[in-house]
Design a binder for this molecule. Sequence first.
Ligand SMILES: Cc1cc2nc3c(=O)[nH]c(=O)nc-3n(C[C@H](O)[C@H](O)[C@H](O)COP(=O)(O)O)c2cc1C
Length: 435
Amino acid sequence: MKYAGHALFASVTPFHSVILKGHDRLPQKLLYGNPLKATKFKYFHQKCMCHKESIMVAARYPSPWFSVAPMMDCTDNHYRTLARFISKHAWLYTEMIAAETIVYQKGNLDRFLAFGPEQHPIVLQIGGNDLENLAKATELANPYSYDEINLNCGCPSPKVAGKGCFGVRLMLDPKFVSNAMSVISTHTDVPVSVKCRIGVDDHDSYNELCDFIYKVSSQSPTKHFIIHSRKALLNGISAKENRSIPPLKYEFFYALLRDFPDLQFTINGGINTIDEVSEARREGAHGVMIGRAAYHKQSTFSSPWNLLGHVDSAIYGAPPSSLTRRQVLEEYQLYGDSVLGLYGTKPNLRDVIKPLLGFFHSAPGNGLWKRKADAAFQNCTTVKSFLEETLVAIPDDVLDSSLTQAPVVFSDAFARAKTLLPPPYTVREKELLYA
Ligand SMILES: Cc1cc2nc3c(=O)[nH]c(=O)nc-3n(C[C@H](O)[C@H](O)[C@H](O)COP(=O)(O)O)c2cc1C
């Protein structure tokens, strides 16, 4: 597939071309009741009050050809702010927020749901298995103007899929997921999507995956699925092991594209470089989602800076960026110092600095910078002083040079997967509907 470049910036993806309703249902006190905090947070949330305008332009966001995955304890407001300084076009997902958290923290919603409007396009991921709470949570989130609501059907952690009985466990109950997606859709103004695995334990055949997709897409308004292309094992391995032990089966993803041509599919799992993103799209993926490589260093050629820095030009056809790391850090410092202590002791300096810890991966001075960072956490109280104390470790040319051309990394993983496609799915419609 060829990328059409700038002309498509304004194009609206088919599943995001909804008429946006409810512009006037913005909360009176959208953000901060405390005037002191409101002043402190001026930098960040002056812009938030422009939500109304940002909703108006929501339909102009580019398609989610590239997105950063939801990651607990990682893709928080701080990380997303940093990511947005680096890429203007990547779609950003929140960490999963349990529907119950939203419902029970009704008086404290900004802490969980507020974000700066520069973070658009942004997707809220929720988790849960209670229809009433999913409905209420969606309704409470609606005024914050997320661009899509996503239901987590992929988390294998014992707390979520075990005790909590949601996350990937929901894949075993497509009927419930259909109901949940219908309920979520009824309570939001924006499109809805599901993020799932390709199977659970021994429910791992291609037909079972298709039954899930078929049932959810035909019995709810869900038209977009993000497929983490490995199954989950609920036999006691950890959530972390569940991201590497079950093998990736991209052939299931590409078979879904063949068998459900009216749906939109985003591929996820094990994708580490911009070249792989391009290849996955060339082979037909509507969207590509990257998790770990957009946060940590996953391979020699990936790190948040190197990966996200190339997204706008390589994937969306924007001119090469002249942005430097120093410019990103200057912006981030203003943001960081404006939010420190916004909620009492939170966020603290470590919370705000955390997304920066991978910022110099593979760059000269990174080792020394890390050691200085350890020391700076002991005696710095602001992001400004932290950066002053640590950045002396990084040579000026690293701070002041713009992104270098991404090295070409040959990959044919997706072309190979297309030679391994399982037999086409045939809908056992009656059987499914009356199951
Ligand atoms: C630290 C961490 C936290 C995660 N939290 C979530 C989450 O909240 N919701 C979710 O759907 N997936 C979560 N995931 C899974 C990722 O979204 C993604 O599916 C997975 O990491 C595979 O993509 P990758 O190989 O590009 O990292 C998490 C992954 C990591 C590493």
